[in-house]
Structures are given as structure tokens and as C-alpha cells.
Design a protein around this ligand. Sequence first.
Ligand SMILES: [Zn+2]
Length: 80
Amino acid sequence: MRIYSEQQELTEVICNMCQRHLKVENSIIKEGCCSLEQRFGYFSTKDGIAEKFDLCESCYEKFINQFQIPVEQEEIKEFL
Ligand SMILES: [Zn+2]
């Protein structure tokens, strides 16, 4: 989860799974973090609902290691 100041600056990022506070400096997350926002549409039982969470890198690894099919992985050639 993310906490913002009154000026809408990112001040804290907390892993939803283990509750560890990730390192944030000047509104920038300074370590690996998986941020996911899922917006559910008409064919979902959660139609019109958006859910989001943040995972630290360690919890992200635990999460994806539960998959029956491994995640697809490729080298990032261009950073935006
Ligand atoms: Zn975690």
C-alpha cells in the first residue's frame, strides 16, 4: 500500500503481504517493488471495482513461485 502526503507526494510504500516498509527517498521507491492495479470490468463479479497492492521483491518471489506455469521473463532493453 502507498501513503501520500497532503501534497500528494509518495511518502511510504508498505508491502501488503509482509507489512515491511520499503525504502522511499524523495518520493522514489529505492528497491524492487511489484505494484499492481487491477480494474475489474463488466464480466467480473467485481465489476466497476479497482484493487491495487504493492509487494516487496521477496514477497513477489514467494507469490510467483506458487504459479504452476512460470512467469515469462525477458531482458529489458529500454527503460522509459
Ligand atoms: Zn513483503
